[in-house]
Design a protein around this ligand. Structure first.
Ligand SMILES: [Zn+2]
Length: 97
């Protein structure tokens, strides 16, 4: 399974950079993955296969749209169910009186 990686993700690699940092920001996605060292600012290009081998973990992910996009739909349906039951009760009371 290919690793899903986005620009501005912060990653930790297995191999330490000569400057002493393990942490990199993803600056380019393509056949090669562009990385910028968080400590010394040096940029490198790694073939995707090499990047996936060296990748240890993600420190932060730049993009997380799926959970945020799903939330409003759930909120909307919950509000609609509440107001429906309240309105129905009120209307029935006034008509029967
Ligand atoms: Zn560095």
């Amino acid at each position: 399974m290919p690793v899903e990686v986005n620009v501005d993700d912060i990653v930790r690699l297995r191999k330490v950079h000569p400057c002493g940092s393990y942490e990199w920001r993803v600056v380019r996605i393509g056949a090669d993955i562009g990385l910028k060292c968080l400590k010394c600012g040096r940029r490198v290009l790694l073939p995707r296969s090499t990047f996936e081998r060296r990748l240890k973990s993600f420190i932060s992910r730049a993009a997380a749209p799926p959970p945020e996009a799903a939330a409003p739909t759930r909120w909307l349906s919950a509000e609609r169910a509440d107001s429906d039951s309240t309105n129905t009760t009120g209307v029935e009371d006034s008509y029967s009186a």
